[in-house]
Ligand binder design. Structure first.
Ligand code: PLP
Length: 370
């Protein structure tokens, strides 16, 4: 008998029978999208849960990122990280903006604040950091640099659902923060996303932008796009909110169990819990260093042979992809830390329904590779 494959994540799905009443209500109302009842309810409930005043729901995180850059009229160059999912840099290209890649910090795997200032040229108008794996960026330092240099800050917070930092939501930092509710994320609405913004006026502007710029039936005030979240997505969001605290708690238990089993293993660097943070345990990235008995790709292949599909997030670096590698900032010598980390990392299976038995298969396979 072959064991079932183990993937890096599994979407969290509440009991199906709990979703049926939401679908019945949508069928009853025949209101499928365009700020329906569930959309309105979810937007309020989500802002409440996250501890932010204003947010605007989107159909996915990428359209939300593209729209956030539009909303703040960002032009020219944007400082960002090469160590992320491709959508971070692609959202800049879709706005005719040029990414300027800055290296990461080896501890947090986020933008290294010590390297940001040197990368700011006359064309730079914004910083687009990522809270990679849900670990808070250096929001204090980044905020100081941005205000001293007159730059906007948009956080790609796709990994940072529910993360608290120093007693408040991490999403309160920067001019805007962008969330993703993709199926693979900590919190999912099948596909979905949101922009967190500081005031009602900005939210109104973003709400226009995501609905073609319509202010009323006959008035179009902006060259908007279609970024709206539909009622089925919003209903899923409402249902997921009922389970999210429990899901994060279970992720935390998986994190502890990996640490108990793999901690102290020669050559493996395990992720530490970020300080002063209510962490969401979005990922469990381990680093396979030179002193481990096999290479990172060796361990990756060894796990794959046993039906365990770790993912090399984030490899390859965005800066090595064909549409970016010609940029001066994309050179490997400009990004030594990101280049090394990308060659060492594997994200292990991490999801709330990961059972102890299945996790033991992962742990045993890693021990066997030694
Ligand atoms: C998932 C992700 C996105 C894109 O979100 P979608 O909802 O899939 O469009 C953007 N940035 C990062 C860092 C992500 O992980």
């Amino acid at each position: 008998m072959t064991d079932r494959p183990i993937h890096v994540t599994e979407p969290f799905l509440p009991p199906l029978e709990d979703f049926v009443p939401y679908l019945e209500a949508i069928w009853e109302r025949k209101w499928l999208t365009n700020n329906g009842a569930f959309h309105q309810e979810f937007e309020r409930a989500l802002a409440d849960y996250l501890g932010v005043e204003h947010l605007s729901l989107f159909t996915n995180g990428t359209i939300a990122l593209v729209t956030a850059l539009q909303a703040l009229d960002i032009t020219g160059e944007v400082i960002t990280t090469p160590y992320s999912f491709v959508a971070t840099a692609h959202s800049l290209v879709w706005n005719n903006l040029t990414p300027v890649f800055v290296d990461i910090d080896a501890e947090t795997m986020n933008l290294d604040p010590d390297r940001i200032e040197a990368a700011i040229g006359p064309e730079a108008t914004a910083i687009l950091p990522v809270h990679c794996y849900g670990v808070p960026s250096e929001v204090g330092r980044i905020g100081e640099i941005a205000s001293a240099q007159g730059l906007k800050v948009i956080y790609d917070a796709a990994h940072a659902f529910g993360v608290g930092f120093r007693g408040e939501s991490l999403l309160r930092h920067g001019d805007l923060s962008v969330l993703s509710f993709h199926a693979t994320k900590v919190f999912n609405t099948f596909e979905g996303g949101a922009i967190v913004c500081p005031d009602a006026e900005t939210k109104q502007h973003i709400d226009y932008l995501k609905n073609f710029g319509f202010a009323d039936e006959v008035t179009v005030v902006e060259a908007g796009i279609n970024g709206k979240m539909n009622e089925v997505q919003a209903a899923m969001g409402l249902l997921q909110l009922r389970h999210i605290d429990e899901a994060i708690e279970r992720r935390s238990a998986v994190h502890r169990r990996y640490h108990d089993a793999l901690g102290g293993m020669e050559g493996l660097v395990l992720p530490s819990e970020p300080a002063e943070t209510r962490y969401n345990h979005a990922y469990f990235p381990i680093r396979v260093t030179e002193s481990f008995s096999v290479s990172r790709d060796g361990l990756y292949a060894h796990l794959k042979d046993r039906g365990i599909f770790g993912r090399r997030y984030f490899y390859p670096l965005i800066s090595t992809m064909p549409m970016y590698r010609g940029l001066p900032s994309a050179a490997a010598h400009n990004l030594p830390v990101a280049t090394r980390v990308a060659s060492e990392v594997i994200c292990l299976p991490m999801y709330p329904t990961l059972t102890a038995d299945v996790q033991d298969r992962v742990i045993d396979a890693i021990r066997e590779a030694r």
